[in-house]
Design a protein around this ligand. Structure first.
Ligand SMILES: Nc1nc2c(ncn2[C@@H]2O[C@H](COP(=O)(O)OP(=O)(O)OP(=O)(O)O)[C@@H](O)[C@H]2O)c(=O)[nH]1
Ligand SMILES: [Mg+2]
Length: 622
């Protein structure tokens, strides 16, 4: 900026990095400084790769800032911590050493975080300490002699609260000052643990130390050997019940909105190609998927609230034994849990696992965890084939079946991991899982998180789903049948012919040719299978408006065995190219990916085959 109004010349630009222990609030600080919306959550290991951002200080200094994965020390042991170590030491392949570090430490966890800070002193780089979570420290009555600590450490300390912009202003101001001198390293022979103890004893008064805090009281309940698992089951159970119960009115509203919209748009158009393209390709396709938005948002509301509350690491702790059964350690839990939202961040979160075997097995079973894109497929079929009935007076049968599908996937994941590890115990270090304090989820950040999800979902619908559906519409409409040909026009189209050919392979598991056709575009994204079915059936239908009636249509045209077989297929099939691509990137091996795809498709076929024939035998429908 060549400003003539400013009286001060901005200081030269600066390149800094945010470094600190996991879960100390680096990403929250990064988001406040740069205005970005990187993922933040209340457990260790959320950020697994470096993120770059830019901002300007009040005096106009241009700053490039890196958010780094959390680390416990510079002797890194996992791929995510490698990044932090390499950047700090100036050894990173594509990232120059920062000119200054902003060491983020949490005021509520000084015993752990000061130790890493002492290690950072050895680097010979200027360091500013951002003393984060001051709001919580104040609430707990913690008194910190910041001036004394700062003089003792030889580094400027700036108290901050990274929850809002105002809370980080002191740091912005500190970044306008000339760079501090690099601190002196800890003299040889001084034990860092003793040094931390000395610092705490001299500069910190913690009146709540040794008292029974809320977090301790809650942990006695949530980590109780009996009540802990019971509560976990109840939480998961209620979650799936609400996905159906709360979403229904919203879904009905959306459904009728889309029908009305379709009628208004289509009414002036004469019958013909354009009418069919809009009705059968765009509206039928996008409309059938959009109605699932409420369910997806309810699922995410739960996931976001659980992430922020601090409950997830407790769940990992409770399930450590289950993981041991699979030959894995509790460290695999969070990556697997993230995969319930989407396997892609889940597979990336496996970078926090140190042991290479455990990391590979976790990546290989991550696609078995039920990602949110399966939800439309599951609920469409459950809605069409499972009666809307209450069991024992309180449990909805549909929610129960959904819960069952998730449970089957988890059990399958455990068995698959056990086979891959041959039950040999993990050599990963015993689970040293940090249990963060419980936090009431912030309503604003929940709302923001949901908004981001909604935008992501709708833009998926608007881009990939609509374009694939238009493509599918074209393939299902052309070539046109010869004049006077008997049967439905779609049978003569390219898609119809491909579907009939594929039936050779899929008839033994009860798939009709329409399902076969929808499986191909469904590879791009699982929800596309639903919109594709809508398009294929709409084009094939003789009566108008079949599109918005996919659900009743399926319940009359498919047997229960076919529907359940497709559900079983979707529990296992790696119907998502992006997941396979991320697997390739994270493992660096195309062989691994081919193997993963083969074993998952194999399982899918086997499960669908068994489900189809068992259901047929039970229902007695041939
Ligand atoms: N009360 C309070 N909570 C905070 C503050 N800063 C961050 N948090 C919360 O602390 C948790 C961790 O924040 P993150 O920003 O994800 O931490 P991180 O250091 O990036 O964590 P990793 O990426 O796992 O290393 C989240 O629940 C935040 O909402 C703060 O100043 N006060
Ligand atoms: Mg982070």
């Amino acid at each position: 900026m060549s400003s003539t109004t400013s009286t001060q010349t901005p200081a030269p630009s600066l390149h800094i990095a945010l470094v600190g222990n996991p879960n100390c609030g680096k990403t929250s600080l990064f988001n406040q400084l740069t205005g970005s919306r990187q993922k933040v959550a209340n457990y260790a290991g959320v950020t697994v790769e470096r993120k770059e951002g830019f901002f300007t200080t009040p005096n106009g200094r241009a700053i490039r800032v890196l958010d780094l994965p959390g680390a416990y020390s510079l002797d890194s042991t996992s791929p995510d911590e490698d990044v932090t170590r390499d950047v700090c030491l100036g050894r990173h392949r594509s990232e120059p050493q920062p000119e200054m570090l902003v060491a983020v430490i949490s005021a509520t966890n000084l015993r752990l975080h000061l130790r890493f800070l002492l290690e950072l002193k050895q680097l010979g780089l200027p360091v500013i300490v951002a003393l984060n979570m001051m709001d919580e420290a104040r609430r707990n009555g913690l008194q910190i002699d910041v001036a004394g600590l700062q003089a003792d450490l030889g580094m400027p300390i700036v108290p901050v609260v990274s929850l809002n912009r105002a809370g980080v202003v002191p740091l912005l101001q500190a970044l306008d000052l000339p760079l501090p001198a690099p601190p002196d390293p800890l003299p040889a022979g001084i034990d860092p643990h003793m040094e931390v103890r000395r610092l705490l004893a001299t500069y910190v008064v913690d009146p709540s130390a040794g008292t029974d805090r809320l977090t301790d009281r809650l942990d006695r309940l949530f980590l109780h050997p009996l009540w802990g698992p019971v509560i976990l089951l109840v939480v998961l159970f209620v979650m799936f019940q609400t996905v159906f119960a709360w979403a229904q009115p919203l879904m009905d509203g959306l459904d009728s909105g889309i029908s009305t919209f379709g009628q208004i748009v289509l009414k002036p158009l004469p019958d013909g190609i354009l009418h069919s393209l809009l009705a059968d390709g765009v509206i039928a396709g996008a409309g059938t998927v959009i109605v699932f938005l409420p369910q997806i948002l309810i699922l995410f509301l739960w996931i976001l609230a659980l992430e922020e509350s601090g409950y997830l690491p407790r769940a990992a702790f409770l399930l450590d034994r289950l993981m041991a059964l699979a030959g894995l350690s509790g460290r695999s839990f969070i990556p697997l849990l993230s995969s319930f939202a989407c396997a892609i961040p889940g597979i990336m979160a496996a970078r926090t696992i140190q042991n290479p075997r455990d990391r590979l097995v976790t990546i290989l079973i991550a696609p078995l965890m039920t990602c949110s894109a399966r939800l439309p497929v599951y609920t469409l079929l459950i809605g069409a084939f499972v009666p809307h009935r209450t069991i024992l007076g309180i449990f909805g049968l549909q929610g129960l079946v959904l819960f069952g599908l998730y449970a089957v996937a988890i059990v399958s994941g455990v068995i698959a991991a056990r086979v891959m590890t041959r039950g040999v115990k993990s050599e990963e270090h015993p689970l040293l899982l940090e249990l963060p304090p419980y936090r009431r989820p912030n309503l604003k950040s929940l709302a923001l998180g949901l908004w981001q999800r909604a935008v992501m979902f709708l833009s998926r619908v608007g881009t990939i789903i609509v374009s694939l559906n238009v493509l599918l519409w074209a393939l299902s409409s052309f070539p046109l049948p010869p004049a006077g040909a008997p049967g439905a026009a779609i049978d003569y189209s390219l898609a119809g012919r491909i579907g009939h050919l594929m039936q050779w392979v899929f008839a033994p598991i009860g798939f009709n040719w329409q399902i076969c056709v929808s499986l191909i575009p469904g590879l791009a994204a699982r929800e596309v299978a639903v919109s594709s079915l809508a398009t294929v059936y709409a084009i094939g239908a003789t009566d108008d408006g079949a599109a918005d009636k996919l659900l009743p249509l399926l319940s009359t045209q498919w047997s229960m065995a076919t529907a359940f077989s497709l559900l079983a297929w979707y529990v296992y099939a790696p119907q998502c190219i992006s997941t396979l691509a991320v697997m390739r990137r994270e493992t660096g091996s195309i062989k691994t990916v081919l193997w993963a795809a083969a074993y998952l498709f194999g399982l899918a076929y086997l499960a669908a085959f068994l489900t189809y024939h068992i259901t047929r035998a039970i229902t007695g429908v041939p």
